[in-house]
Design a protein around this ligand. Sequence first.
Ligand code: DAH
Length: 375
Amino acid sequence: MSNDEMKKLQGDLIKAIEGAEGSAALEVVRIEALGKKGTLTEMMKTLGGLDPDARKAMGAALNEVKVAITAALEAKGKTLAAAALAARLEKERIDITLPVRGGESEGRIHPITQTYEEIVTIFAAMGFSVAKGPDIETDWNNFTALNIPPEHPARQMQDTFYMPPSTHGAVAVAGSEANCRAGVPQEMVLRTHTSPVQIRTMMGQKPPIRIIAPGRTYRCDSDMTHTPMFSQFEGLVIDEKTHMGHLKGCLLDFLRAFFGIDDLPLRFRPSYFPFTEPSAEIDIGCSRKGGELKLGNYGDWLEIGGCGMVNANVLRNCGVDPDKYQGFAFGTGIERLAMLKYGIPDLRTFFEADMRWLKHYGFVPLDIPNPAMGA
Ligand code: DAH
């Protein structure tokens, strides 16, 4: 066989390989070329009858064709497999964009959930992580470790739901970090604030700490502006040089982002909390002209929460060295923020499970731009 014929054979085979429309067709081409009775195989068999020089030249040429064909088969095989996979994926695709049957969905995101997610999103962007604690708390976490010892008048600041003694054994107050860590049985309460998550966090991990703790809280209180259950979120930052300027900057950034008001003023008003020293109430700028509350730089003030530098006693109670570490904490109500942002006038309506209310104040899932969706 001449060189030209050899080239033609190679060309024909490659054309056949490239034209194969599926792996079965490709296999037919492979067998025709390299199978037991394939063209190339048959030609290899004739080498034995040639004289040594011709055998050498022909052998080398045939081998070259074989290598080229093998490579082409392999490449085509891969292409066909990839195409088959793509076709299968396309065929088996599930359309998750299927619209809700019957038009607009009836479901709504509750304004508390929406507000909760907005708060978490903004603080997450500032490097905070979310810490959680249980609704049923120990006396130590809810009061004592927060520098509110038994009989301290500050306990009366918060009207507490106590759990019946049968749920936690003997009534006792653990009263110390050691007893608490040892699991000495103690009085249990429905947490009156999210501040116990500060204690859980500091007893459980070493500084630096930067958390927010959103969740439900409970107090025996029920009127126009109080419900027995409500939601708060707590912030806690502990590091070596954290100071009150950081606290103010952090709250300012959060509040301006949350309310979407770039020049929203923030004021600290001196106050008292057992767990902070110094302590302050957080006020934001507003107007009450004409009996209508409007947030912004209008000269009037509205209280929205409490804050301060974590009291050294609290750090000590959690085994954190106050000579090395310091930090700030803050706490505020989620319903209150939701009412202000979304113009919801009555706190109690949050918990009435009235579908008409939810339809009006709720959020259509995936529909409303919010920080959690990057809007
Ligand atoms: N726990 C307080 C309350 O429920 C709110 C609060 C005030 C939390 C000051 C704090 C703080 O972390 O520093 O009324």
